[in-house]
Design a protein around this ligand. Structure first.
Ligand code: DQA
Length: 145
């Protein structure tokens, strides 16, 4: 089983970036966390981070035929990007949305998630743990569908 984990803009600055909201863990620590969870679960994983919307669309398209599922934190593009929504719909792979913070408890403009409309599940407000939940959920989903 192979997953692609996609992280959007500014997540590369984790640790430095608004630590009261996103925590003090660095992006390298998040990547390490994801690698460890996937290894434990016997899931192959490829990680991708970009600050560019089109690059994220390209990576979603590349997942078609090469991965079994997608885990995505589109960051700010969550709330603006119909292109990412359309890419997720186009490849039609099971996708799980993750947010470190609880987007529904924040500013109103963060309450809408376009990407979420193409996802089978969302984990928000759990910090790094949300990625673990997403990996477990997607694995379980793929095993039982
Ligand atoms: C985020 C929430 C978004 O609203 C924000 O723009 C981000 C990170 C999160 O993980 O909590 O960049 O996706």
């Amino acid at each position: 089983m192979k997953f692609v984990v996609i992280n959007g803009p500014n997540l590369n600055l984790l640790g430095l970036r608004e630590p009261k909201i996103y925590g003090t863990g660095t992006f390298a620590a998040l990547e390490d966390f994801i690698h460890r969870v996937c290894a434990k679960e016997g899931v192959e994983v490829e990680l991708f981070q970009s600050n560019h919307e089109g690059a994220i669309v390209d990576r979603i398209q590349q997942a078609y035929g090469t991965a079994d599922g997608i885990i995505i934190n589109p960051a700010a593009y969550t709330h603006t990007s119909i292109a990412i929504l359309d890419a997720l719909k186009a490849v039609a792979l099971p996708a799980v949305e993750v947010h470190l913070s609880d987007i529904n408890a924040r500013e109103e403009f963060r309450h809408i998630s376009y990407a979420g409309m193409a996802c089978i599940k969302t984990f928000a407000g759990l910090g790094f743990e949300g990625y673990r939940q997403a990996i477990l959920y997607l694995k379980e989903y793929l095993q039982h569908r």
